[in-house]
Ligand binder design. Structure first.
Ligand code: SF4
Length: 550
């Protein structure tokens, strides 16, 4: 007898933990932790208990969870190699020191603020300071006992670590040239300031499914394509300068380019629209699995049209105005070099290697800028530093002083194009070392590729990540390097990288190709990059950019 035919049952889709659909019960330990105690409450415990009683008094749920809402992560215990990262429990990797991230929205600092950042580094962080590719300053070697004093110094100077990490609205990226660039469509600074004033620290927006990254810029120089929400300057033919809205970009696993909503928003409405988008994420975002808890997954499932409809119908209660797409540059500017501002003064963009500076350097930059009559400095999304408002007569002096600090305004293309995440030195998730590797790579390439340097019109971007996350945006680099353990020619397991080739932003917006078997050991990295760049320079068509050549 023939087996009975089974009727296929429609596949039951498991709930994604969306609050708006009634899933309020936590479906994973992170959601449980946030429900048990709002993460912003941890500040009081740090100030009143942990800073007095010391590291051992810290509740594990705070240490590895809620501390992030104030920019605090334990750093990696020294001496544990990357091959052991995945085999150890988090507590075995925890050092008794912290990484502390200070949010610098729009990358905008006064020289007084820069000096405070430098002094904190010297006093509390063993003179460490990294400029991150999200325009933050990141310290290491911080002790719990020092946190209240550090917060007091930061807050007196108008800065904060609030929501620098955690499932919250992180630092807002903005153009380093906001307000001074001749070709800027509109200055996004008032919108950034207003969002920060209204919403950062508001508990209603501090328990999101995961992190929420924002970029607001009148110039396309902030990697807007890979943000949860981005407002990009655009001139509307009828309404004038405003912003084009993008949602659902992101990197790490399953990278996605953001989608345009096709809506034009005037600057004073940006905070309201931003609130609508973050509210959709809070209410409809997927909370069941951490791996699907970024806005990009919701946008992928809904599409831009439905997203805009829900935003208008349920949150704004009005229609948005249709608008054109912004103009796209060949590649986003990094603002390195000496350039004239629209008011006739100059800005000087300088390149530390992979964002690594020090407290002493920050203090010295603040003093050099002030001596020249400037009091504004900017951090860039490419881990660079820009001094604004330098009078023409002072340009040469400031340029020389920056160079003496290791901050060249005329860097080689390699120094200019290399970025690196924190890596094995301090990051508990890291598998390989990155910052020192980047420094060696730059020094090596400066020597080995000196003969073709003048032929590389655009810096070939080389981004190094210490693990499969994408803190250094490897998928959008010409040569993206994802840290992992690889097998060398002698069959040994050693530090190395999976290579992604031909990613980009701007006209080349897209993700680098991960070629099968394309892996390189850390020791072979210089030879590998040299080989690829020489092939590119020799084999490209006139004007062909790296991603097109790949
Ligand atoms: Fe750490 Fe990985 Fe991010 Fe690098 S990419 S900072 S190793 S989590």
């Amino acid at each position: 007898m023939a087996a009975p035919t089974r009727t296929a049952r429609p596949k039951q889709r498991r709930g994604e933990g969306q609050w708006a659909l009634g899933y309020r019960e936590p479906l994973n330990p992170n959601e449980r932790s946030k429900k048990d105690d709002h993460p912003l409450n941890v500040r009081a415990r740090i100030e009143n208990i942990y800073a007095h009683r010391g590291f051992d008094s810290i509740d594990p749920g705070d240490l590895r969870g809620r501390f992030r809402w104030f920019g605090l992560y334990t750093q990696r215990k020294p001496g544990i190699d990357g091959g052991r990262t995945a085999t150890l429990e988090p507590k075995e990797l925890d050092d008794r020191y912290f990484m502390l991230r200070v949010r610098v929205d729009g990358g905008a600092l006064t020289t007084e603020q820069l000096a405070v950042l430098g002094e904190i580094s010297q006093t509390h962080a063993r003179d460490t300071a990294d400029i991150t590719d999200r325009q933050n300053i990141q310290y290491h070697w911080i002790q719990i006992e020092d946190i209240p004093a550090i917060w007091a110094k930061l807050e007196n100077a108008g800065m904060t670590t609030m929501e620098a990490c955690g499932d919250s609205p992180r630092v807002i990226l903005g153009s380093p040239l906001a307000g001074i660039a001749a070709d800027e469509v509109i200055d996004g600074t008032p919108a950034i300031d207003e969002i920060k004033r209204r919403y950062v620290g508001d508990p209603a927006y501090a328990n999101l499914p995961r992190k929420f990254k924002t970029a607001i810029s009148g110039l396309p120089d902030v990697a807007h394509e890979v943000h949860d929400v981005a407002f990009v300057g655009v001139d509307h033919p009828e309404h004038g300068p405003g912003f084009d809205v993008w949602v659902g970009g992101g990197l790490s696993t399953n990278p996605m380019i953001g989608q345009r909503l096709g809506a034009w928003v005037p600057r004073d409405e940006v905070p309201e629209v931003w609130e609508g988008v973050i509210s959709i994420f809070r209410d409809y975002g997927y909370r069941r699995l951490r791996s699907r808890a970024r806005l990009k997954y919701l946008v992928k499932d809904w599409g831009a049209e439905k997203f805009r409809q829900v935003l208008q119908d349920e949150y704004l209660k009005r229609e948005l105005i249709d608008g054109p797409a912004p103009e796209v540059p060949e590649r986003p500017a990094d603002h390195v070099g000496v350039h004239r501002q629209k008011d006739g003064k100059f800005y000087l963009g300088a390149a530390p290697v992979a964002g690594r500076v020090s407290g002493s350097t920050l203090l010295a930059v603040a003093k050099a800028a002030e001596r020249a009559g400037s009091n504004r400095v900017r951090l860039t999304p490419q881990q660079k530093l820009v001094v604004l408002d330098v009078p023409e007569a002072e340009v040469a002096t400031v340029r020389g002083e920056l160079a003496e600090l290791g901050l060249s305004t005329e860097p080689s293309p390699w120094r200019r194009g290399v970025m690196a995440c924190t890596g094995l030195e301090f990051c508990k998730l890291a598998i390989v070392e990155t910052k020192a590797r980047a420094e060696r790579l730059v020094a090596d390439l400066e020597k080995r590729l000196a003969d073709i340097q003048s032929e590389v019109e655009h810096p070939v971007t080389v981004h190094l990540n210490g693990c499969p996350n994408s803190c250094a945006r490897i998928q959008t680099a010409d040569i993206g390097l994802k840290g992992q353990i690889v097998t060398d020619d002698d069959g040994r397991q050693v530090e190395g990288f999976q290579v992604h080739l031909g990613g980009g932003l701007g006209l080349d917006a897209g993700f680098g190709r991960k070629l099968r078997g394309h892996k390189v050991t850390s020791d072979e990295l210089t030879e590998y990059v040299e080989r690829v760049v020489r092939h590119y320079v020799a084999g490209r068509e006139p004007g062909e950019r790296f991603p097109q050549w790949v």
